[in-house]
Design a protein around this ligand. Structure first.
Ligand code: ADP
Ligand code: MG
Length: 290
């Protein structure tokens, strides 16, 4: 039989906006010492918008990049498409679209093979970024923004910069996690510069960046192998395996179905402070049982 305290804890969780899959979930938070936080959509709002545009012909860069991104559902893609439609109206169609997980997108637009994403995506196609665009990219990343490099017909043509904002509650949540004796780790597929800027803004000093979607779970496993008991907070399809692997998986209620299914707990409002509430609640509940 399930101890009454666990059931009471579950009910209290619901009041706090925390949905718990089963009463036994609360027990697994007992020894958690590390909280891995996905960046985009978890610590940040995940709502990106276009901030800068570079290229000999900025309109071409935006139109062609947006045409390819139209077929993607990534928050970066949405920001680029939204800005392009606002400024340029309808976008040309894309053919032979391909999404390269964690790297970017490519496809044919107006007879050109267009690539948009990370520098390594261009490099995979034998394209180098060049000095001017490299500088634009570095400057953007130092501000915590994400630079999407754009190439077509075998040459780098421009950079589209998108930026996200840190959720107003994230900094306070990190502070409270620390007060509970937990070590926060920021985990992201995004570039190191941007990840470090966001980490500094919310007060996290342990950062694992440029992690491919399939490797997020490996980061959790590595921490566990070091003897750490890991809670993971995430929202994306690319977080699902890591959420399942973690000793405690907390998914953002504002996130994808895949993440919600993989987690043990759902933070209904997508507010990171609820992760703190969940861990506190569990500790209190277990103290009642012991
Ligand atoms: P996160 O872990 O921050 O949610 P992802 O694993 O989804 O990030 O993506 C990692 C990086 O790959 C992004 O920061 C971006 O640089 C690049 N990327 C992924 N998808 C796209 C896309 N559709 N367009 C441009 N860049 C992309
Ligand atoms: Mg995410």
């Amino acid at each position: 039989a399930t101890p009454t305290a666990l059931l009471v804890g579950t009910g209290r969780g619901a009041q706090l906006g925390i949905l718990i899959k089963g009463p036994e979930v609360l027990e697994s938070t007992r020894e958690v010492d590390t909280v891995v936080l996905d960046k985009t959509g978890t610590v940040t709002a995940g709502k990106m918008s276009l901030t800068d545009l570079y290229g000999a012909d900025e309109t071409d860069v935006l139109r062609l990049a947006a045409a390819v991104e139209h077929a993607s559902e990534h928050p970066i893609a949405r920001a680029i498409v939204e800005a392009a439609q606002e400024r340029l109206g309808d976008l040309p169609p894309v053919e032979r679209f391909r999404n390269v997980e964690g790297l970017g997108v490519l496809g044919e637009v107006e007879g050109k093979t267009v690539l948009a994403g990370r520098t390594s995506l261009l490099e995979q196609h034998g394209i180098t970024l060049g000095e001017e665009f490299s500088q634009a990219k570095t400057a953007a990343e130092e501000r915590g923004a994400t630079a999407v490099v754009v190439a077509w017909d075998g040459e780098a043509r421009g950079v589209v910069v998108v930026a996200d904002t840190v959720k107003p509650t994230s900094k306070q949540a990190v502070k409270e996690l620390r007060a509970l004796g937990l070590r926060p780790v920021l985990l992201t597929g995004d570039n190191t510069g941007s990840a470090k800027a966001v980490a500094a803004e919310v007060g996290i000093d342990e950062v694992v960046a440029e992690v491919l979607p399939a490797d997020k779970v490996e980061v959790v496993k590595r921490l566990q192998a070091e003897g750490r008991v890991v809670a993971m907070v995430g929202d994306g399809v690319n977080d699902a395996a890591a959420l399942a692997q973690a000793d405690l998986g907390l998914s953002m209620g504002t996130g994808t179905d895949a993440a919600i299914e993989a987690g043990d707990l759902t933070l209904v409002r997508g507010d990171l402070r609820a992760a703190v509430d969940a861990i506190r609640l569990s500790r209190r509940t277990l103290a009642t049982i012991k």
